[in-house]
Design a protein around this ligand. Structure first.
Ligand SMILES: Cc1cc2nc3c(=O)[nH]c(=O)nc-3n(C[C@H](O)[C@H](O)[C@H](O)COP(=O)(O)OP(=O)(O)OC[C@H]3O[C@@H](n4cnc5c(N)ncnc54)[C@H](O)[C@@H]3O)c2cc1C
Length: 294
């Protein structure tokens, strides 16, 4: 077997995992389809030392530093399937090529599905966002919106009020009890119950079914997330969050299947670049130590 570990997904989590293995001089293969979650954003915020950098530039620097280690191999490609058990895993790429390793690290991220409202998708990462810690500061305390997609909208609207005067567009997608309405009112959040029909404009003008249009500088929405099917095919247990499922891992980022580790957005309810890098480092170290201690 040429590689000790195959890392599926070569973005922030996957590269952080591979780096630890490379530094232990272990042969590691990264296979990456190149579709990072934040590829729609012009700048990435909140990752120490890289605040405000373009997501692609951060990934490029990470990759250049990783590939300086001679025990790292990289394939640009899509893993279609994976099978096997501890000490003997195989993955098959869309080209039909097979690769084998003793351990697997799944760092495949998630894909986002937004509510089906005209104009929303086009503004994703520009004026429609999912995370105020990533994008709230730059909105300069201007009027903001939260578009409900599920009941987490209450939590989001309570938070967003710190970044600017907020309107919660309920859009028949969340239910609020009297206590929640009172809490929102104390935070100064306006409630809008008319259905949303479209988003237009340079930033995000929210059009309502009753004909009104409310301009906001940024609109926050929780997308529905979906992880890669590889984990379920491999028999890894999953957990449910209000917006999608994610892979169950223990305190060392090992899944319920021995020898398979998972890190980054695919293995947490919600994530960021910093968290993906932290999880990835832990998964890489744990995979390495598992090669020695069992
Ligand atoms: C619009 C937007 C803006 C964001 N802005 C910020 C921000 O400012 N700051 C911040 O900290 N976070 C931000 N995030 C969140 C951040 O993008 C994610 O938390 C982070 O990308 C997670 O890293 P990851 O390595 O787990 O997954 P990803 O970065 O999503 O990478 C997963 C990689 O795995 C690959 N892959 C998946 N399946 C396969 C397969 N079968 N075979 C091979 N490769 C595969 C994908 O192609 C991709 O390259 C933003 C997210 C969005 C949507």
């Amino acid at each position: 077997m040429r590689h000790d570990v195959i890392v599926v997904g070569g973005s922030y989590a996957g590269m952080a995992a591979a780096l630890q293995l490379a530094r232990a001089r272990r042969p590691v293969l990264v296979i990456d389809a190149g579709l990072r979650r934040n590829r729609f954003a012009g700048a990435s915020h909140g990752f120490l030392s890289q605040d405000g950098q373009a997501p692609a530039a951060i990934a490029e620097t990470c990759r250049a530093q990783l590939m300086a280690y001679p025990s790292v191999d990289w394939i640009n490609g899509q893993v279609e399937s994976a099978r096997g058990q501890d000490d003997s895993f195989s993955v098959t790429l869309s080209t039909g090529e097979e690769q084998h390793a003793r351990r697997l690290i799944l760092a495949t991220g998630v894909t986002d599905t937004l509510p089906d409202i005209p104009g929303l998708r086009e503004r994703w990462g520009r004026s429609v966002f999912m995370c105020p810690y990533c994008d709230g500061y730059e909105l300069e305390q201007a009027p903001l919106g939260v578009l409900a997609s599920c009941d987490t909208a209450f939590h989001m609207a309570m938070l967003i009020a710190d970044w600017g005067p907020t309107t919660l567009f309920v859009n028949d997608a969340c239910t609020l009890d009297a206590e929640q309405e009172a809490a929102l009112s104390r935070r100064g959040v306006a409630l809008e119950t008319a259905l949303v029909t479209a988003i237009t404009g340079d930033r995000a003008t929210v059009h309502l079914r009753d004909g009104r249009a409310i301009p906001v500088a940024g609109l926050f929405v929780a997308p529905r997330t979906e992880g890669s099917a590889l984990a379920t095919h491999l028999g890894c247990e999953m957990e449910e969050s209000p917006t999608g499922s994610f892979i169950t891992t223990d305190s060392k980022k090992e899944t319920t299947q021995p020898g398979i580790f998972a890190c980054g957005d695919v293995a947490r309810a919600s994530g960021s670049v910093s968290m993906a890098v932290g999880d990835g480092a832990l998964a890489g170290i744990s995979a390495h130590q598992s090669l020695i201690f069992r």
